[in-house]
Structure formats: structure tokens, C-alpha cells
Design a protein around this ligand. Structure first.
Ligand code: SAH
Length: 213
């Protein structure tokens, strides 16, 4: 598991591309520059790790496109030390970007194969999310609520109400909503009972699925 000058050079090019595509948050760009995406992908796909595309991982899922990861992370407007809930651990790449930003991460994955594989990878890489959970993220993770930020990395057919309830006042929920394609939505909790919603264009994600059985 090496990070070679070749990879570092490819990452710098990726960062330049993300800037061209409109990512402006320097902290997010710096995180993309530092996290070795190739370590989160199949060895056979290493040559594509810094291409701005989604690629297959285990269990018929995908590692999100770098632009999408950067875009969603930028929308979260994170501050160091924030408590963040991520739904859809997948490859762990997005989790690593969050950790690089100095936040506390709770991350949930419903595919056991991916949950186990990524847990092993985190321990090899010395990455420490606060908690890695195997389960259904539709329900969020009330035990550690409220969160400063919640990020959903799969396409939700509808808004899971539990996630809004688990936001702190001032907290941000970033979630792609829709069936075949999704609108990127950000909800900000403006008071105990009020939310401000904005949309940020169309994306395509693998689906957020409810309980498996
Ligand atoms: N952040 C990940 C994205 C992986 S794709 C990465 O960049 O690698 C989305 C992930 O969400 C998949 O791993 C999928 O299994 C997971 N997922 C789908 N529905 C879920 C649910 N209800 N709870 C938790 N994870 C879910």
C-alpha cells in the first residue's frame, strides 16, 4: 500500500480539475490532495484512481466520483471538531476525506462485505472514525445525535425524517434525493422546528436501500 510520487502528481492534476469544475473550498481541495484514493479501490483499477469518475467496489456498489465527494463535502461547510454522520461508508474514501478535515466521523454501511472490508482497510491505514456501524442508515444513529453535519452518499428515494431529527440547530444535512437521478439537497436546521432547504443540481448515485430483509 504505497503512495508514490506518481500518485501525488496525479492527485495534483485532479485537484486542478476540481478547481476548474468549480470547487473553491481550499480545505476540501487540500484534503483531496492528501488522501490517496487508489488505496480505496481495487488494485486492478489503480491506473484510474485519479480519473474523475465513479468505479465499482465490492457488493455492486461504487466509489463516488471525486467531484461529487468534493462537492458534497464543500456543502457540509465543516469546522474542525464537528460531529459528522456519514450514511454509506462504501470504500471509505469519503470517510478518509472527512477525517482529513479534522472532524469526528460516525459512518454506517448496510452491506456487510463492504463494512468488513473497509474496517480492515481503516485499521491498516491507521484511520480512526469515532464509530463504524453495520446497519441501516435510513434510521441514522440516534445514540450520538445531534450532529453538526450529516452526509448521505447514496441516492435517497425520499428524505429520511430521522436524519432531520438528528441534526443540531445550525447543522447541515447533505443528501441526494430522487429515484433514477437525484437532486443534491442541503437542509440547514435553523431552529428546533424549522429547516432551510436548497438544491444544487442533478447527480447520479447508487440507491439508498432500506432494511435488507
Ligand atoms: N462514500 C462511498 C459511497 C459508496 S456508494 C464511497 O465513496 O466509496 C453508497 C454506499 O451506500 C454503498 O456502499 C451502499 O451499500 C450504501 N448504502 C445504501 N443504502 C444504505 C443504507 N440504508 N444504510 C447504510 N448504507 C447504505
Amino acid at each position: 500500500m504505497k503512495d508514490l510520487p506518481k500518485h501525488q502528481g496525479q492527485r495534483q492534476q485532479l485537484v486542478a480539475l476540481l478547481k476548474e469544475k468549480g470547487i473553491v473550498d481550499e480545505k476540501v481541495l487540500d484534503a483531496v490532495n492528501k488522501v490517496p484514493r487508489h488505496l480505496y479501490m481495487d488494485a486492478a483499477l489503480e491506473a484510474y484512481a485519479y480519473v474523475d469518475k465513479a468505479y465499482p467496489i465490492a457488493a455492486d456498489q461504487t466509489i463516488s466520483q471525486p467531484y461529487t465527494v468534493a462537492f458534497q463535502t464543500q456543502l457540509l461547510a465543516l469546522e474542525k471538531g464537528d460531529r459528522v454522520l456519514e450514511i454509506g461508508t462504501g470504500s471509505g474514501y469519503q470517510t478518509a476525506i472527512l477525517l482529513q478535515l479534522g472532524v469526528e466521523v460516525y459512518t454506517i454501511e448496510r452491506q456487510n462485505e463492504l463494512f468488513k472490508k473497509t474496517k480492515l482497510l481503516f485499521s491498516k491505514l491507521g484511520l480512526r472514525p469515532k464509530k463504524q456501524i453495520f446497519g441501516d442508515g435510513y434510521k441514522g444513529h440516534p445514540d450520538a445525535a445531534p450532529y453538526h453535519a450529516i452526509l448521505v452518499t447514496a441516492g435517497a428515494p425520499e428524505l429520511p425524517k430521522a436524519l432531520l431529527e438528528q441534526l443540531a440547530v445550525g447543522g447541515r444535512l447533505v443528501i441526494p434525493i430522487g429515484a433514477d437521478e437525484q437532486q443534491m439537497c442541503r437542509y440547514i436546521r435553523t431552529s428546533k422546528t424549522t429547516f432551510d432547504k436548497k438544491t444544487f443540481g442533478v447527480f447520479r448515485f447508487v440507491p439508498l436501500l432500506e432494511d435488507k430483509n
